[in-house]
Structures are given as C-alpha cells and as structure tokens.
Design a protein around this ligand. Sequence first.
Ligand code: TLP
Length: 345
Amino acid sequence: MMPVIDLRSDTVTKPTTAMRKAMAQAEVGDDVYGEDPTVNKLQDTAAALLGKKAALFVPSGTMANQLAIRAQTQPGQEVIVESKAHIVRYEQGAAGALAGVQLHWVAGERGLMGVEQVEAAIRPKDPHTIQTALICIENTHNSGGGTIYPLATIERIRAVASAHRIPMHLDGARLFNAVTATTLPPASYAQHFETVSLCLSKGLGAPAGSLLLSNDLALIDKARRFRRMYGGAMRQAGILAAAGLYALEHHVGRLKMDHDNAKRLARRLQQIPAVTINPQHVETNIVIFDVVDHRLSPAAIVAVLKEEGVLLNAIGATSFRAVTHLDVSTGAIDQAADIIARVLN
Ligand code: TLP
C-alpha cells in the first residue's frame, strides 16, 4: 500500500506504543468527584509548568477556550480577538451561541495584533456602547501560519488591558511550539494572562485533551461548573490524562524537529514555480503557501495530492496549509515535497 503522508494537521497523530502503555496503566477514579489521581497529577504538572495555581482538564481546545470566555464575560459583552483566530473561524460560533458575547475582530498581520489595534478596539465606558470584557490572543497563531507573538507585544497589550481592567485569555493550543522556537519558559508567556488554554492533542501527540489554567481558583471553579454544563465533565478521564502527562514529559523536547521539517518543506516549496511562500514566515510547525492561477482548483489540487499519498488542507481561495508533527519524518517531508512539485508542475 502507498504510504500516506498526512500533513493536514498536527491533530492527526496517533498515540505511540509507549503512550498507549502509560494510558493502559493509568490509575483512575471519578474525576467529577475530583478523585482521578492521574487527572489531578496532570493538572498539577501543567499548572506548575506554566506557573499557574490551578488547571482544569477538558476534552478539547475548543472547550478550554469557550470556558475561558464563558467564565470571564456576561452575555451582551464583547471579546476582542484576531479576525482569523480559531475562536472566530473554527468554534462554530460558540462564543455567541453559548456565552452570548459578540466577537470584535481585529485583523492582525499574519494573525498577530498590534497594541495600537487592540487599544483602538477597546470600547469606551459610556452608557450607549457595548462593553469589552476580554481580550484573546492566539500563540502560536494557527491561520497566521504558526506565527509567534513577540513577548514584547504581549507585554504592551497586557499593559493596555490592565489599564482598562480587562482580563486576557491565551489560546495556547500550540504554546509549546512558541516556547520551543523562542526557548522562553512557558510561564514567561502565561504570566500575562488570566486564563491560558493548552492542547495536548496537537504537536504534543496525545489523542485528546486540553487544559485551562489560571491563578484564580474561583475562576477555575466557575469553569468547572461550565465544563459540566457543556458536557465536558468526564469520569475515569485518567486514561486520557495519562497520555497528556506522557506527552508533556516526552514530546515537548522533539517539537524542534517538527519546526525544522516545516522549514525544510517551505524551502522545497519555494522552488516550485507555481507556489508562493516566504520560508522566513515559517516560525514553527505550520506551513501556509499559495498557489495562484493554477489550472487546477484548490479542491482539485488537494484531491490529486491525496491520490498521490499526500494529505493537506486548502484553507482559502489560493491558500494551503501543511502541518508537521511527530508522525512525519524528514524523509516523508522530502517525499511530500517531491510529490507536490510533480503535481503542481
Ligand atoms: N485546530 C485544528 C482545527 O480545528 C482547525 C487544526 O487542525 O489546527 N485553538 C487553536 C489555535 C487550534 O488550532 C485548535 C485546533 C483549537 C484551539 C481547538 O482544539 P480542539 O480541536 O481540541 O477543539
């Protein structure tokens, strides 16, 4: 059978044998009673890693983001968020449907908002105007191409948010990619946010699970109640938490390989005449490139590549996304680049 090189997302990774073993051997209990020792260990481990007092284990990154929004806003308020953020594009309108808030989009540069943009988006405190309740930042920024927020930008946005007494949430689905690329400690980012979400099922390679972290224990308690409301309170979730613990222990150190592979792919793609890409824009494990005026439509390109054994996503009228992860080797990246070149030329 032809090998499939799956670059659609870093969510497609399958648990390794060692991870499955850790899952099989996990001590478990009923997490709704707070009695799952492995969930508790994961929450404590992640909180310590990010320099936060508490963490809450949830099924998905979407739920972690939505709990952060629900717990820190009132219906009828507004949340500032970058226009291509996951919260805007890929969460099925949950912020409006479940928290009753309006999203105020700010168009960033490759997903990154500037401090002036954020400041301009904050609503005045007059009786007519909707009130800004929360500012969300995505780091790394998925649709921006795995872009990393400079810490200095976050610090400036934080200062503005504090001056207006507005809390901040970090969608840190891929925070460890930012941490790996910058070599900054995770807490150096996390310290600027009231809440942080962290995904175990992206580059870290766990089959499911995310965490919501905060220093505010009352806020975590509130989020726990909403987790129940949203159907995310699980029972013997230690089976999943064990995978998360294993991932934090064994899969953070290898993220650099994914970044190197992404850069390698970008440099190869740059040599294809039909492709537009700036390899310098590839900062982590996400490669976004454009194919303009091709005889094949984006959907047709994706379909032909699939027949040739390469899976990736079309994410716009001319844009494609390829994501590197622990189930694609450097050899597979070279093979994928050869196939993409053959199909597009
Ligand atoms: N991103 C997925 C898709 O949903 C688009 C992907 O393939 O990249 N925040 C960010 C920045 C994300 O990229 C994602 C998932 C999430 C949150 C949501 O995580 P899950 O899928 O666990 O709900």
